[in-house]
Design a protein. Structure first.
Length: 143
């Protein structure tokens, strides 16, 4: 019970110092983000921008096969964060009866995530050790 209280205090203190921007290193590393929830919203574009914003394409499986396990895991979480950002923005605009711009971005993120799972499953199947292969498959299914 005492350990739980100490951990809770430590985490609350860390969260409080991050949200208030205490410390020069924390402020410089975060840039202009003041609230952690701002990560889930895109920066507003000004109305004066006439040229359309062009977004990237989804990852190809052939490109993903060249990446290491760790790189694929990092890319998975970047895509997950992007998916959360897009879904939050879509829901917010839907609540305001506004149109969601570039809805194809969500499908690009989903395709990339499915392709990552496919590449990781291929690697798990090719694994010669059956124990390690089943462990890899369990981890992939948990994603």
């Amino acid at each position: 019970m005492l350990a739980v209280r100490l951990l809770r205090r430590t985490f609350l203190a860390a969260a409080k110092s991050e949200s208030t921007g205490v410390g020069a290193a924390g402020t410089a590393a975060r840039g202009a983000v003041q609230n952690p929830l701002e990560q889930f919203f895109e920066a507003d574009r000004s109305v004066d921008d006439d040229k359309p914003v062009v977004y990237g394409r989804s990852w190809k499986a052939s490109e993903l096969r060249l990446k290491s396990w760790d790189d694929l895991q990092k890319l998975w979480f970047v895509l997950l964060k992007e998916k959360n950002l897009l879904m939050t923005q879509r829901q917010m605009l839907y609540a305001q009866n506004l149109r969601f711009p570039n809805p194809e971005r969500i499908s690009k993120v989903r395709k990339s995530m499915c392709r990552i799972k496919h590449v990781l499953t291929e690697r798990a199947i090719d694994e010669p050790d059956p124990r390690r292969s089943s462990e890899m498959k369990r981890m992939i299914n948990a994603l």
